[in-house]
Design a protein. Structure first.
Length: 450
């Protein structure tokens, strides 16, 4: 069973009302009474980083890590169902697999049905909504993002980034992560002046995405050491698919890693500023806060740098969730979860009944999946094959597809004995059961995806 649970809103509201009534009856001095905060749907803060893989990256974000894990939950088996910016963000917004929300590439954000998004549901329910940061890669910043009351959106970048805002497009010379924190803090301060209205706030940074530009004060900052791993040291990749040259050296991976980690130091500053405001204003208890990356990235594993492929470095993501007033939790949860579980989690916490069926499930809903579909489309523009995969806690099966959709290569890994995916167990053909299971998942919708 999942250990992170959101109490039903009616029950939580009743408990809060009883507690406040009891406080009013027992306090002799009005000044000694507990603060009476807003009882009702929670505020929602969602922080999204870009290309942040799991292992060690949170070590350069100690304040973020501490705040989210203090009375929160870290999900150690969280995945991006499509390891690519736009499809993953569309899954975060909608709770759907890419094959159901239709944003298969970075160039197709307009295919997302905006009526199926967190922001649409919460905005219609009376939430004040804002989005600051990277929205969709191919979304023109001149276009207003639907269902937000305030925004400052960009496609990516660190210094000299153009942001589209309600009053037009402006180039910002400041470091983009710091600018986003300023905007988000301003939103929170304004929301605090009308404390009866819940809010939804997205903060979406360019970090750790290329060109990996650290803030000037962190340009030469020390980063934690890294002892590499067996996948980086892998010499024989003859059992892997043909994805072009596999010639990345461990040294190249280390250089990229250092630059990327330095960009996260500014994210830690930004999160610390926002969470400090929540603590000081008494909003922490009433805020469902989520920290997630859109996908991971390789640092030389199997001779590769980048994402778009099904190896665990690309698909596994950090996911931290905190809502002290609404949860019973364990510090670490090993359940198999995904980015598409965020939308149903938020809507359940807000007490909103969706008008579409999610492919994901609430992180707090008591449903534990035993398999997960991973899928990648539109890889041919990058000289890579498309693929789909069935992932369980113990194994991963992958099919790669040619330009006409036929299977051209297969992989099967025993993740218990071979967590670094060194030994492909498929020789000539995969077990028919796995082929059938993957075929069904690639067509799944809603409940059939479990």
């Amino acid at each position: 069973m999942l250990t992170y649970r959101v109490r039903p809103m009616r029950l939580l509201g009743g408990l809060l009302a009883l507690a406040l009534a009891a406080s009013a009856c027992t306090a002799d001095d009005p000044d000694e009474r507990a603060p009476q905060g807003r009882a009702g749907p929670p505020n929602v803060l969602i922080v999204i980083t870009d290309d942040q893989r799991v292992d060690g990256t949170l070590d350069v974000m100690p304040r973020t890590k501490r705040w989210f894990t203090d009375n929160g939950t870290r999900y150690d088996s969280a995945y991006a169902t499509t390891p690519l910016c736009c499809p993953s963000r569309a899954s975060i917004f909608s709770g759907l697999y890419a094959h159901n929300h239709d944003v298969l590439k970075n160039t197709e954000p307009e295919l997302l049905d905006q009526d199926l998004t967190i922001q649409r549901y919460l905005h219609d329910a009376g939430y004040r909504t804002a989005f600051y940061g990277k929205y969709f890669n191919a979304w023109e910043v001149e276009r207003d993002p639907p269902n937000f009351d305030d925004w400052a959106i960009s496609t990516a970048g660190y210094y000299g980034v153009e942001f589209g805002m309600p009053d037009g497009v402006r180039k910002v010379s400041r470091y983009s992560t710091t600018f986003l924190a300023d905007k988000a803090l301003g939103f929170l301060e304004e929301a605090e002046r009308d404390d009866d209205e819940p809010w939804l706030l997205f903060v979406s940074t360019s970090a750790m995405h290329k060109p990996f530009t650290p803030e000037r004060r962190y340009r030469d900052a020390e980063v934690p050491g890294w002892e590499s791993n067996p996948a980086v040291e892998e010499q024989d990749t003859s059992d892997k698919p043909d994805v072009g040259a596999r010639h990345i050296t461990p040294a190249a991976g280390l250089r990229q890693r250092a630059r990327q980690l330095r960009t996260l130091m500014s994210v830690d500053d930004a999160v610390d500023r926002l969470t400090a405001f929540l603590d000081a204003s008494g909003e922490t208890e009433e805020t469902l806060a989520i920290f997630v990356s859109d996908n991971g990235i390789s640092w030389g594993e199997h001779g590769l740098l980048g994402k778009r492929l099904p190896y665990r470095e690309s698909v596994q993501i950090p996911l931290l969730v905190r809502w002290p007033a609404g949860t019973e939790h364990e510090p670490v949860d090993g359940s198999l979860v995904a980015n598409l579980d965020i939308a149903p989690t938020v809507l359940e916490a807000a007490g909103i009944e969706p008008h579409h069926e999610f492919d994901g499930v609430p992180l707090n809903g008591g449903t534990e999946r035993d398999r997960l579909l991973l899928e990648q489309w539109g890889n041919y523009s990058k000289g890579l094959p498309d693929w789909a995969s069935v992932l369980t806690r113990r194994s991963q099966y992958v099919e790669y597809y040619g330009s006409e959709g036929r299977t051209v290569f297969r992989e099967l890994y025993d993740l218990t004995d071979d967590p670094w995916q060194l030994n492909n167990l498929v020789t000539d053909a995969a077990p028919p059961r796995l082929e059938r299971e993957l075929r069904a998942l690639r067509r799944c919708k809603g409940g059939s995806c479990m």
